[in-house]
Design a binder for this molecule. Structure first.
Ligand code: ATP
Ligand code: MG
Length: 526
């Protein structure tokens, strides 16, 4: 057979051109490898071909030509014991090639006579092997080998490109997932401040749906304000000042979710530049620092409230004591008794305040430890009422427990504290006087206790907040009554430490009823 080499070269070039064109179009790897394989088979006068690739250490057939799919399983001998081409393509050969060929052609029942194999190597990495088979006895020449090498190169480049692309895609997905699931809000902006990326935490913080936020200027979405309510965005945009744009910029301000819930945020803006130094993106990292701001506010409230609350009883005690000990005065029996009663009362108040402070700091430190014993709440209630009824002539107390009210397992001292706080509130917040009821009942699994008054009551929207630390309802009475807002916080912590619940039922002007339940681990009736 006479071969026209110029035509041969032309055909080879055409194939390679078609392959490289296919590579740039988005052809999937499998069809691309098939195209390479059929080109190579045609150029080499082969009837069949295989491309095998290494995945997780073992070889798999990734493309075949001229072999029907149900016969592919017989090609196993071409997938095993494949040496790595440590010395490059030229020094590589597959051992026992003839034996493998005989095994396959006998098992598959195809008369394969000749085989040529070349490794696929891209940038030093061994990716797989390309095989071409002939059914004729004409052996593959050195020229065939060289032609196949150019097809092998193309296949190696294709595999490597696809793998790199998949790796980049995976990295991108990983990065997106990190941004999306970051606990802090993350916004990526274009140089004009338009939002390109808006993660889940950002959506939670601002209440904006990412679909609506993307594409909008960031100031329209953030509307950052300072503590005085002045707009910080747009006109005073913090990140558009290019002078100090190479170090991250930190800004604190308030944003409003749904126009009402104020959230204090700390935003770090980092600028991203391309190689020419042009600004490409601004990354805004938005952190909710509301709790830090609240803690700061709370600290100052605490200090001012405490110092006032501590000073007042001390001043009263000192005032009465120094008046009584004046040597130039004689006090009658009644004045003496009244003054000493006031001193006693103020000392009690002072010691209760100190108790509350200690208890609150213990709760805060997570160290509320209960001393569990038998407690009969009706008796504790009687004791609390008898000490308070001496203090208030305006109020009338009614204690009502059924006689078979059970003894429960609880910390008696702590339960007394709860009742003291509730009764002291009932007195404080019913300045016109009236009846204060204390009572309870038993249910199969719990006991329920209440303290009710006829005082000023509590608006619905405040009923949850009053159990927070230092929270006091804003009213004219607040300024006139003493208190720091710790009583109910402590009550709630104590009741919850017992596994119970505390809540309030009230309407403004109609009195308040505080109710708590405690799990019943009955130990008999006294
Ligand atoms: P403290 O108990 O620390 O001396 P306080 O009484 O103000 O101060 P809490 O007992 O925690 O604090 O009560 C919180 C707020 O709940 C009160 O400031 C008051 O506004 C409201 N409150 C509590 N009990 C009643 C009540 N019985 N009637 C009306 N308002 C109440
Ligand atoms: Mg109180």
């Amino acid at each position: 057979m006479l071969i026209d080499y110029s035509d041969y070269k032309l055909r080879q070039r055409e194939y390679l051109l078609r392959i490289s064109r296919a590579m740039t179009s988005r052809l999937e790897l499998k069809s691309l490898l098939r195209l390479i394989l059929s080109g190579a088979a045609d150029m080499l006068d082969g009837e069949a071909g295989l491309i095998i690739l290494k995945e997780d250490g073992t070889f798999h057939i990734k493309a075949s030509y001229g072999v029907s799919p149900e016969l592919l399983r017989f090609f196993e001998p071409f997938l095993v014991d494949i040496p790595s081409p440590s010395g490059g393509v030229s020094g590589w050969s597959l051992p026992d090639l003839e034996m493998r060929l005989n095994l396959v052609s006998a098992a598959a029942g195809i008369p394969l006579r000749q085989v040529i194999a070349l490794p696929l190597i891209a940038e030093g990495e061994f990716l797989g092997v390309i095989y071409i088979f002939r059914t004729t006895s004409l052996a593959f020449s050195e020229n065939d080998r060289q032609v196949l090498a150019s097809f092998a190169d193309q296949a190696a480049i294709a595999v490597r490109n696809v793998r790199l692309y998949q790796q980049v895609l995976r990295e991108k997905q990983r990065l997106n997932a990190i941004i999306e699931n970051s606990a802090d809000g993350v916004m990526i902006l274009d140089p004009r401040g338009r939002i390109q990326v808006f993660n889940k935490a950002m959506a939670n913080l601002t209440g904006w749906d990412p679909k609506d936020a993307i594409g909008k200027p960031c100031w329209e979405v953030l509307r950052l304000r300072d503590a005085q309510g002045n707009q910080l965005c747009k006109e005073n945009c913090p990140f558009l000042s290019p002078s100090d744009s190479d170090s991250p910029l930190y800004v604190e301000g308030d944003i409003y979710r749904g126009d009402e819930k104020r959230i204090t945020v700390g935003i770090t803006y980092s600028h991203l530049f391309d190689e020419e130094g042009r600004l490409t993106n601004i990354i805004a990292n938005v952190r909710d620092i509301t709790h830090i701001r609240e803690a700061e506010e709370m600290k100052s409230t605490f200090i001012s409230a405490i110092s006032h609350e501590l000073k007042t009883p001390v001043a009263i005690i000192k005032g009465y004591a120094s008046t009584l000990r004046r040597e130039d005065a004689r006090w009658d029996e009644e004045t003496l008794r009244e003054s000493l009663a006031i001193i006693e009362e103020e000392s009690d108040r002072l010691s209760r305040l100190i108790d509350n402070l200690l208890e609150a700091s213990r709760i805060q430190a997570g160290g509320l430890k209960l001393e569990i014993g038998d407690v009969w709440i009706p008796r504790v209630a009687e004791k609390v009422v008898s000490s308070y009824s001496r203090q208030s002539k305006l109020h009338h107390f009614e204690v009502a427990f059924p006689p078979d009210f059970p003894v429960i397992l609880a910390d008696e001292e702590r339960i007394r504290e709860v009742l003291e706080n509730l009764v002291s509130n009932a007195i404080k917040y019913s300045p016109q006087g009236g009846t204060i009821w204390i009572g309870g009942w038993a249910e199969p699994d719990k006991v329920v206790v209440y303290v009710a008054d006829q005082g000023i009551g509590i608006p619905e929207e405040e009923q949850e907040r009053i159990f927070e630390r230092f929270y006091r309802v804003e009213s004219p009475l607040k300024r006139r009554t003493k208190g720091v807002g710790l009583g109910l916080y402590i009550c709630k912590a104590i009741i919850e430490a017992h596994g119970g619940k505390i809540w309030v039922e009230s309407k403004p002007g109609k009195g308040a009823k505080f109710i708590f339940s405690l799990p019943r681990q009955e130990v008999g009736v006294p």
